[in-house]
Design a protein around this ligand. Structure first.
Ligand code: UDX
Ligand code: ADP
Length: 495
């Protein structure tokens, strides 16, 4: 039985950092060193200001950092000493050449494999944790075989990470399953057992699934594609709801109670974001095309098309409601992260909604509780977002320090991320400071319980997956103008 005493994790990002912090907390007898080429990031991991915001992470890191959890830039030393090396580097979609925009760029993975082959000695298990295309482990193995010296013996495993940002610590401590794929040889079996013995310290054995390497790699892509597909499915239904008078929340509840369907991942939204879904579905599409399976490729491609459509559709609804023009109009955009409880903005739908509004000349005042100003400016300045007009961002975008500032004198509030704090804002105060008619576009259905209240305050509330609702007439007849109608009612109800 191979016993793991030292672990090295290459890549101190959203996957490597939290995963190895939890492993260190659960296995006090194993020394875990997380390394990265990015010295700034490592410095942050060693400070009180961790480089990523993740609920509960700080406590886990503080419970073992300096004891059996270390963050370092000395990559070679950590590789040399380790019995097991996790590769947790980024695998973005390629931005150039063959497979541009779809195939995963494996240059960081390859660089790690070459480094391990060069500096490694003794027996090592190399574990791919990053999401990779199917057969990436095979490429790593070939690099090892072509470069390995006689004093180095490597086994390659696939152990994809299923954590979701914002709930990473709970996902790691109580996973639905742990998946380990490896070679169907005696050596492969021993390596699988060694990794399994680490997880067994806190994960019940029946939740640890072992497969061959390719099944493991494909399962990760397929899991993300299925989840993304559910979101695109419900988002496509949300368009139908808006056109018919059905309410997508009611439909989602009604269909989700069927145990065969289940209730999760049926929340209509402005489209999924994050570093994984789009990348992995596109990766799957590319794989199918490469394997001459065009029908399968087209099927999955449609998941992305609906996601793009949903983002465009939402922005178009904002523009349509604002009397078909947003040029020079101030819009308070609340939420820039791709979901709540993270500061991550990768592929956030907020970026695309902002783009479509900027295309029409809207003046965006953006607030997010966890995303830094520099990140927002950087995301909106990408060439595909700012349409080769770099001045556009400085002309049209202001990053606000608080939500009230973002909404003051605005024509509309556009909610893009479901942060809990947006449910608790003083909407009466916000309404008073806005131009009238004042619109709220709820892209996340977080204000559902408040719609009536908001309408009584005077807001025109527009929400994903629900037909535009008529304002509730309280004290005046239908002929009375909207503003005359709403303000007294709001006062009367003391909302
Ligand atoms: C996802 C997978 O859930 C995780 O297993 C995998 O390891 C990495 O990719 P993540 O991207 O961190 O995790 O977040 P997730 O909670 O899956 O949300 C992804 C996007 O879908 C977010 O933009 C979220 O707002 C959106 N979403 C999610 C919806 O629009 N509706 C839903 O019902 C669920
Ligand atoms: P993920 O969400 O997959 O964790 P991140 O971008 O957050 O992706 O993290 C990946 C990390 O991997 C980055 O901090 C990056 O600097 C690091 N990295 C990339 N290539 C290498 C490499 N060859 N050696 C060490 N670290 C690397």
């Amino acid at each position: 039985m191979v016993v793991i005493k030292k672990i090295c994790c290459i890549g101190a990002g959203y996957v490597g950092g939290p995963t190895c912090s939890v492993i260190a907390q659960m296995c006090k007898d194993i020394a875990v060193t997380v390394v990265d080429v990015n010295a700034e990031r490592i410095k942050a991991w060693n400070s009180d200001q961790l480089p990523i915001f993740e609920p509960g992470l700080q406590e886990v890191v503080e419970s073992c950092r300096g004891q059996n959890l270390f963050f370092s830039t000395d990559i070679d030393k950590a590789i040399k000493e380790a019995d097991l090396v996790f590769i947790s580097v980024n695998t973005p979609s390629k931005t150039f050449g063959i497979g541009k925009g779809r195939a995963a760029d494996l240059k960081y993975i390859e660089a790690c494999a070459r480094r391990i082959a060069e500096v490694g000695i003794g027996n090592k298990i190399v574990v791919e944790k990053s999401t990779v295309p199917v057969r990436a482990a095979e490429s790593i193995r070939r690099i090892f075989n072509a470069n390995t010296k006689c004093n180095l013996n490597l086994q390659v495993l696939s152990n994809p990470e299923f954590l979701a940002e914002g709930t990473a610590i709970n996902d790691l401590k109580n996973p639905d399953r742990v998946l380990i794929g490896g070679d169907e040889t005696p050596e492969g079996g021993k390596a699988i057992q060694a990794l399994k013995s680490i997880y067994q310290r806190w994960v019940p054995e029946n939740k640890i699934i072992t497969t061959n390497t390719w099944s493991s790699e494909l399962s990760k892509l397929a899991a993300n594609a299925f989840l993304a597909q559910r979101i695109s499915s419900i988002n496509s239904i949300s368009a139908l709801c808006e056109a018919t008078g059905a309410d997508v929340e009611e439909v989602a509840h009604a269909i989700g109670t069927d145990q065969r369907i289940g209730s999760k991942f049926l929340k209509a939204s402005i489209g999924f974001g994050g570093s994984c879904f789009q990348k992995d579905v596109l990766n799957l599409v590319y794989l199918c095309e490469a394997l001459n399976l065009p029908e399968v490729a087209r099927y999955w491609q449609q998941v992305i098309e609906i996601n793009d459509y949903q983002r465009r559709r939402f922005a178009a609804r904002v523009i349509g409601c604002l009397f078909n023009t947003v040029t020079d109009k101030k819009i308070g955009l609340l939420g820039f992260a791709f979901k709540k409880n993270t500061g991550d903005t990768r592929e956030s739908s907020s970026i695309y909604v902002s783009k479509y509004l900027m295309d029409e000349g809207a003046k965006l005042h953006i607030f997010d509780p966890k995303v830094k100003k520099e990140q927002i400016i950087q995301d909106l300045s990408q060439t595909n977002i700012c349409d080769d007009d770099p001045d556009r961002v400085s002309r049209l975008v202001t990053v606000a320090l608080d939500p009230y500032e973002a909404c003051k004198n605005a024509h509309a509030i556009v909610i893009c991320t479901e942060w809990d704090m947006f449910k608790e804002l003083d909407y009466e105060k916000i309404y008073k400071a806005m131009l009238k008619p004042a619109f709220i576009f709820d892209g996340r259905r977080i204000l559902d319980g408040l719609h009536e209240k908001l309408q009584r305050i005077g807001f025109q509330v527009e929400t994903i997956g629900k037909k535009v609702t008529e304002l509730i007439p309280f004290t005046a007849s239908k002929e009375t103008s909207r503003n005359d109608l709403q303000a007294p009612a709001a006062k009367k109800l003391k909302i």
